[in-house]
Design a protein around this ligand. Sequence first.
Ligand code: SF4
Ligand code: ZN
Length: 299
Amino acid sequence: MKCRRCEKPAAIKMPRHNSAFCDLCFRDYLHKQVMKAISDQRMFEDGQPILVAVSGGKDSLVLWDILIKRGYPTVGLHLNLGIGEYSRISQAHVEKFARSRDLELIVQSYQDDYGLGVVDIAKETARPPCSACGTMKRHHFNRIAMEKGFAVVATGHNLDDEAARLLGNLLNWQIPYLKKQMPVLSDEGGKWARKVKPLYRLPEREIAAYAVLNQIDYIIEECPMSKGAKTFLYKEMLNRLEENSPGSKLQFYLGFLKERPSAFPQQIEAETQRCASCGQPCGGDLCGYCRLIQRVGAS
Ligand code: SF4
Ligand code: ZN
């Protein structure tokens, strides 16, 4: 099979485009998809410093690779969640990536800060691990971005993540979540760092192929806490649909983004308060993170 653009031998088949690309044209195609996402959603301006949340998985490392190759000023942020071997290997991949490209990386370790990993914190507070993990990640992404002067935090969420999340939100009619599901989460007038997802147009399969073609070494294992998560079932269902009807995943998600403002209009949120302990915006006296940490007895 030949590359659709340059006729060289193809390196990857692209069923959703009914064609194939060589490695250079594939790289070019992938970069263009990311640049289109950034400009369509007005994620950030040229030259604006970006804090890239890197887990050690393929998505966030590919995102970081593309942003630096496109000339964006970036700093990586890795949160070591303290989940045994999984966290140790994840951090090693991130550090190797940053070292080999001479990039600035901030690492924060839950074990060092709290003496506990995220699973123990969840146990102590009787919260499901992923719920405690999400609360903590949000807090630290925002805190570190604000402390270091970043207006934007970029994460590696891809098309499969977003389409699976959309399917889950629709199956459970989670209207408040549907109103908020977007590739850009507002900074609410500078109260938060803006969260952006520049890979939202790209399926997992293409990101994994880019990682292999560009020698990006990443942790292949999923987080052990994700076992049995419904997301995997939703992804499997969407993949079956995609096999039968290439392009349907992107159509599903882009269609939602187009219709969302009229189908699920966002209300103007009531003025949020500031957390009495950490100062981040929240709905009551204390934010979810500070309530969690108080229950653990750490600070
Ligand atoms: Fe955190 Fe792991 Fe759950 Fe993801 S799967 S939210 S990394 S605990
Ligand atoms: Zn707080």
